[in-house]
Design a binder for this molecule. Structure first.
Ligand SMILES: *[C@@H]1O[C@H](CO)[C@@H](O)[C@H](O)[C@H]1NC(C)=O
Ligand SMILES: *[C@@H]1O[C@H](CO)[C@@H](O)[C@H](O)[C@H]1NC(C)=O
Ligand SMILES: *[C@@H]1O[C@H](CO)[C@@H](O)[C@H](O)[C@H]1NC(C)=O
Length: 413
């Protein structure tokens, strides 16, 4: 059978369409949002509208804020996709969420610090942000989103200037999926949490350059990867960890230790928390490997192991202390040097920045074995690829920091 030959005119039309169609290059540029650290709470915040600061919650499944009075609820039925996404996870201990949905959809925003929740309406909203080429902000975009309207008292214990919480979990109404849907970018995001100043979150993927640009190159090329796991009953991000190594020596942990509860990544806690059965062997191994009883000083809460800082050596990667590494699937390691493991508790004292989980029993498989907290993630480039279910991580080079993004706009193009 012969295909009819397209006439030259049609061919010409097709070719000119390809050539002339305004290629929406800027539509697929990733979206940049600066991330700051609140010194009072050690929570991280993002500005996603003029003056509307939100706490970043890696484990948050929603975007919620207090809304202007008179902001009309969106008419989502109980069985709409948005309503199902809003209720994909029940916030722990949220009794209000047990109510059956009647006619109008309700969402149950959750305060990650107080653990309180509230029944709220869903609303249509817009977020203002800049696109980026990974080096500078490019142009302003308005991102369509669905958020929950929470009562003002749900803001208790959050930073003073905050009006809500921006969830970064893998659910449909969290920020990554909403930006992906509105801006047509990939469902993946980069997080570079600052210790001070402004770090960045980039939705849609790399590249990412920090100043000095020519020296760092594209930092996403330095990422190492491991699977990003999830569980049915909660929106937390898990990574599979096989062991913990201090100064290249595996810490002897009970066989069950890391298997059950797993390792969770969490911006709600300032310092990495270890379940008691994991905490004790790791802290003891660190103390032994450092071997500096002469430099020890009384503990500064919430930390246990503290040293006179002037008696510890310094390196380009912080205090000269034993490295602590998580051994991941496939033989890779996520290593924390002194800059990520030691915190200056006061002018003279540096402490091992690990805390023991409270209120959980050793080996309790329903509690995570390790919750990697904010301090340990700072000045690391983290990539959460929700499509490939892959976690990428890299230490930012010692001569730069997450706060060294060039926020000067390149100008209109
Ligand atoms: C929701 O339920 C209504 C009535 O039961 C039905 O007409 C509608 O198709 C449903 N919508 C979805 C998205 O399932
Ligand atoms: C976009 O980037 C410019 C330049 O840094 C900045 O002044 C502006 O506030 C940014 N807009 C948003 C919404 O972040
Ligand atoms: C930051 O970006 C702007 C715009 O591209 C550029 O002119 C400037 O030199 C950059 N700053 C540094 C310190 O490289």
């Amino acid at each position: 059978m012969k295909m009819p030959r397209p006439t030259p005119l049609i061919l010409l039309a097709a070719v000119s369409l390809l050539v002339l169609a305004p290629w929406p290059a800027s539509c697929v540029d990733p979206v940049l949002i600066p991330v700051a650290k609140d010194p009072a709470t050690s929570l991280y915040t993002i500005l996603i509208r003029d003056g509307a600061n939100h706490v970043v919650d890696l484990a948050g499944p929603l975007l919620w804020s207090t809304c202007a009075p008179g902001h009309l609820p969106a008419a989502f039925s109980c069985n709409s996709t948005a309503c199902r996404d809003a209720n994909a996870y029940r916030a722990p201990g949220c009794r209000a969420a047990a109510q059956p949905c009647q006619k109008q959809c309700k969402a149950y925003p959750y305060n990650p610090v107080t653990g309180r929740c509230a029944a709220s309406n869903l609303v249509h909203t817009r977020l203002i942000a800049n696109t980026t080429d990974g080096k500078n902000p490019l142009r302003q975009v308005s991102v369509r989103a669905v958020g929950a309207c929470a009562p003002g008292n749900l803001l208790a214990s959050l930073p003073k200037d905050v009006t809500g919480v921006a969830g970064l979990a893998a659910s449909g109404l969290a920020l990554p999926a909403q930006i992906a849907a509105s801006q047509n970018v990939a469902r993946k995001f980069l997080l570079c949490l600052p210790r001070r100043g402004d770090g960045v979150a980039i939705f849609g993927g790399g590249p990412l350059f920090l100043l000095p640009e020519s020296a760092t190159g594209d930092l996403t090329s330095t990422l190492a990867f491991t699977p990003l796991r999830s569980r049915k009953d909660n929106p937390l991000y898990y990574i599979p960890v096989q062991g913990i190594v201090v100064n290249q020596v595996p810490v002897r942990l009970p066989a069950y230790a890391l298997a059950g509860g797993g390792v969770v990544l969490c911006t709600r806690v300032p310092y990495t928390a270890l379940r008691p059965d994991v905490y004790r062997p790791v802290v003891d191994a660190f103390d032994r490997a450092l071997g500096r009883h002469d430099a020890k000083v009384p503990a500064v809460a919430p930390f246990e192991l503290c040293y006179r800082s002037s008696m510890l050596g310094n390196t380009r990667l912080g205090y000269a202390v034993p490295s602590i590494a998580l051994t991941l699937e496939g033989g890779k390691s996520w290593t924390f040097a002194g800059s990520s493991s030691m915190v200056d508790a006061n002018g003279q004292t540096a402490c091992l920045a690990l805390v023991e989980m409270k209120g959980v029993k050793a080996g309790d498989p329903s509690a995570a074995a390790v919750v990697v907290g904010g301090f340990q993630m700072e000045d690391h480039l983290l990539q959460f690829d929700l499509e490939k279910k892959q976690f990428g991580f890299a230490k930012v080079p010692f001569f730069t920091a997450c706060s060294n993004f060039n926020f000067t706009t390149k100008g209109q193009y």
